[in-house]
Structures are given as structure tokens and as C-alpha cells.
Ligand binder design. Structure first.
Ligand SMILES: [Zn+2]
Ligand SMILES: [Zn+2]
Length: 158
């Protein structure tokens, strides 16, 4: 599902509600600082690096922010399933469907930076069958496909 960027803080009610639900399910608390990090990410239409995010937060809050704090909040948001970390790009992306736990695969556009998060049961089944065939106990699969999104592919001759 493609997630449309939320225009700005205050965070759109729908996403805030989903975030609160995730925290309740996990027995965690959505502190104002954690929420601020999540809200900032939702205003972007593409993944951000930790350093970009720190810059954005400092701009909005008009004060210095310790990088370690932001990393801690990001770890929290990942743990409760609100944010995904893109391993290949080392960037962070708000989950497109935080209403349920899931494995996702990502389509990364190398031209415009857009990322589509997809949930393919077929890919999950295939990977777990391959692991089974090797007697491998899979823990986590990272599937990130690089290329051009539909819009960019349309203007760039293949
Ligand atoms: Zn997700
Ligand atoms: Zn693109």
C-alpha cells in the first residue's frame, strides 16, 4: 500500500490512533518525543536517514537534539512495528499498514527515491520453503528490490 505523506504536524488523527493502538498492544507508551519522531517521518513522502531526521526535528523544534535520542526513538518505533529500516539504504520508512504485524518487501526507486512497501504471502512462502529445504531456521528475511518506480520507468526509456 502506498502511504500518502501527512501534510504536517499535527499528525493526522488516523495515524496517531494507529500508533497509539500499537503501543497499547505492546504495553508501551507513546511519549511526546517518540510521537514527534514518528510525526516528522510521516510528513515525508520517502524514507529518511537518521541524520536527515535529526536535521528536520531540530528545524521544527528550534533546538539541538542528541543523535542518540533519535536513534533510541527509531529503535522503539521499529520494535513496535510503526517504522521499517531499509537495510540497503540505511534509511527509515513509516510502515504503510501498522494495523497488523507483517513481513514486508520493499521496491526502491533509484531515481526518485520512492519506496513501495508490499506484503507478499507468496514471497514469504517461497523463502520459508527454501529455508526448510536447507534445514535452515529462518529468523528474518530482508527483501529490497532496486529499480525504477512506475512513474520514473515511464519517462526513462528502458
Ligand atoms: Zn509495514
Ligand atoms: Zn521513481
Amino acid at each position: 500500500m502506498a502511504r500518502q505523506p501527512v501534510s504536517s504536524a499535527p499528525l493526522a488523527a488516523k495515524w496517531r490512533k494507529l500508533a497509539e493502538q500499537r503501543c497499547i498492544e505492546k504495553g508501551e507508551r507513546l511519549t511526546p518525543a517518540r510521537l514527534a519522531v514518528y510525526a516528522e517521518m510521516l510528513t515525508r513522502d520517502r524514507p529518511v536517514s537518521a541524520y536527515e531526521l535529526i536535521g528536520l526535528l531540530e528545524q521544527r523544534q528550534k533546538r539541538k537534539i542528541a543523535p542518540l535520542t533519535v536513534y533510541r526513538h527509531l529503535d522503539f518505533l521499529i520494535r513496535i512495528g510503526l517504522v521499517h529500516r531499509l537495510q540497503s539504504a540505511q534509511t527509515y520508512l513509516p510502515c504503510g499498514h501498522p494495523d497488523h504485524a507483517h513481513e514486508s518487501q520493499f521496491l526502491l526507486c533509484s531515481s526518485c527515491g520512492h519506496v513501495d512497501e508490499v506484503e507478499s504471502r507468496g514471497v514469504e512462502r517461497l523463502l520459508s520453503r527454501i529455508a526448510d529445504e536447507h534445514g535452515f531456521r529462518a529468523d528474518k528475511a530482508v527483501v529490497e528490490v532496486k529499480g525504477l518506480c512506475g512513474a520514473c520507468a515511464a519517462v526513462e526509456p528502458g
